[in-house]
Design a protein around this ligand. Structure first.
Ligand code: NAI
Length: 327
């Protein structure tokens, strides 16, 4: 069999990873013929719990899991990584202002960006799940000057999947009939799930649902789905976030299907009026670890105002991290 792919994962003792690591080890990222080596990063206080997770990984006797390493030093753990999934982040706790959150995460993502720059493999791809995902990705990317900027992407796939699933429920069509869904902007409440180009069994989605439903129910429900799950479950969405991380990374390497696309937050080249350098979600096609933005889609006045609002939020986050000298 081929040499293992080195997959570094952070936040490895957390909730998302309790699902994600098992999916990766099962072959869900690279397929049934490709062994993987896991390189797991945690903070010192969580290394004990991580030992327990590693015991469980061993106890699954996964045929594709070649090796597992753990540690708290990103310069050691990221050594030779071909793919880094940055899941671990500092959650917002009570009384924490937005600036405090950006600063706490800034410390994590400046260090991890710099470590990747130093020790990752030449073909490294970096996927950021930990929140605030877009701006954490910007910080990591800016602190890794030798890694091409297009190697970084942040997750809006959970929003994309939620948007598909809620449209499927509304129209009665299976999710497999839904193509060309787009999430624009920030992975936050300002995100814009856009049905303008979406088709359901080949028909325009906007011919099947009312604009008032889209504006008043659908868009807010997709954007607030995380809060809905938190209220019901008592803890935040973890298995679906792991599933979306798998979908994102798998599609990045194995490609989007012909005639369809996915949503990813990537470093803007100025497409669709999104200022260059911002990490913003776009419709993208992918193949072999690379993505490209789907160009020349019509943008309605309604879409324009929604995209602009989310991009304005990303701009303000970029200004804040510049003021904190994180980039
Ligand atoms: P969690 O709190 O259960 O786990 C996070 C883990 O990261 C903890 O074990 C913590 O010790 C670790 N960690 C913190 N700082 C670290 C560092 N510097 N290096 C390595 N590990 C570190 O959280 P959960 O539920 O696993 O979520 C992880 C992140 O993903 C959160 O930021 C959450 O907001 C975000 N998230 C993102 C989604 C998306 O769609 N982009 C969806 C759901 C969650």
């Amino acid at each position: 069999s081929p040499a293992p792919v080195n997959v570094a994962v952070t936040g490895a003792a957390g909730q998302i990873c309790y699902s994600l690591l098992f999916r990766i080890s099962q072959g869900d990222l690279f397929g049934p013929d490709q062994p993987v080596r896991l390189q797991l990063l945690e903070i010192p206080q969580a290394l004990g719990a991580l030992d327990g997770v590693v015991m469980e990984l061993m106890d699954c006797a996964f045929p594709l899991l070649a090796d597992v390493q753990t540690g708290d030093d990103p310069e050691k753990v990221f050594d030779g990584a071909n793919l880094a999934l940055l899941v671990g982040a500092r959650p917002r706790t009570k009384g924490m202002e937005r600036g405090d959150l950006l600063e706490a995460n800034g410390a994590i993502f400046t260090a991890q960006g710099a470590a990747l720059n130093k020790v990752a493999a030449d073909d490294i791809r970096v996927v950021i799940t930990g929140n605030p995902a877009n701006t954490n990705a910007l910080i990591a990317q800016q602190n890794a000057p030798d890694i091409p900027a297009d190697r970084f992407s942040a997750l809006t796939r959970l929003d994309h999947n939620r948007a598909k699933s809620l449209l499927s429920k509304q129209t009665g069509a299976p999710v497999t009939d839904i193509k060309r869904m787009t999430i624009w902007g920030n992975h936050s409440a300002t995100q814009y799930p856009d049905l303008s180009h979406t088709t359901v069994a080949g028909k325009p989605a906007l011919d099947l649902v009312d604009h008032s439903w889209v504006e008043e129910e659908y868009i807010p429900r997709v954007a607030k789905r995380g809060a809905e799950i938190l209220a019901a479950r008592g803890t935040s969405s973890a298995a679906s976030a792991a599933g979306a991380t798998v979908d994102h990374a798998r599609d990045l390497f194995r490609g989007t299907p012909e005639g369809d696309w996915t949503s990813m937050a990537v470093v803007s080249d100025g497409s669709y009026g999104v200022p260059e350098g911002l990490v913003s979600s776009f419709p993208v096609t992918t193949s072999n670890g690379d993505w490209s933005i789907v160009e020349d889609l019509d943008v309605s006045a309604f879409s324009r105002s929604r995209i602009d609002a989310s991009v304005a939020e990303l701009e303000s986050e970029r200004t804040a991290v510049k003021e904190l000298r994180l980039i």
